[in-house]
Design a protein. Structure first.
Length: 151
């Protein structure tokens, strides 16, 4: 059995029939072809699947799509408007990635951090970003990029 839900994804309203156990991550990737959002662990431990739902960042692998009926979802595909989002541009400028797999999640967390305006110091940025794992160890450049945007 499926459940009918409506999500506004990157500004576009989508009516979807989803199985109750479908994660938001699988819905984005497999139904909507928004594969910018990555599946790393599928257990809420790596942050590769981070998206913004109604202004809050969430691990989309841990979020059931049906629970977010009526919500606004922003994925990495929805950030650039006529040019890179300032966070994306800063990641390029600061070389804040190596393999790039964690990058969409890192960027979505960084966008949430800047919108929330809660982290001011490098330590606070590191703390906020601690749920986003980078196996290449690009952390220093990631924090540099975020600091740059926050200036
Ligand atoms: Fe969701 Fe790792 S895939 S936290």
């Amino acid at each position: 059995d499926t459940v009918a839900i409506t999500l506004t994804v990157n500004g576009q309203e989508r009516r979807l029939d989803v199985a109750p156990w479908t994660s938001l991550l699988d819905l984005l990737r497999e139904e909507l072809d928004l594969t910018g959002t990555k599946k790393g662990c599928d257990h809420g431990q790596c942050g590769a699947c981070t998206v913004i739902v109604d202004g809050q960042r969430v691990n989309s692998c841990l979020t059931l799509a049906v629970v977010k009926d009526g919500s606004r979802v922003t994925t990495v595909e929805g950030l650039a408007e006529g040019g890179l989002h300032p966070v994306q541009a800063a990641f390029v400028e600061h070389d804040a990635f190596q393999c790039g797999y964690c990058t969409p999640g890192q960027i979505m967390s960084a966008v949430a951090l800047i919108e929330e305006g809660r982290a001011r110091t490098r330590e606070e940025i590191r703390e906020y970003m601690s749920g986003n794992i980078c196996r290449c160890g690009a952390y220093t450049n990631i924090v540099d990029a975020i600091e740059d945007v926050m200036k």
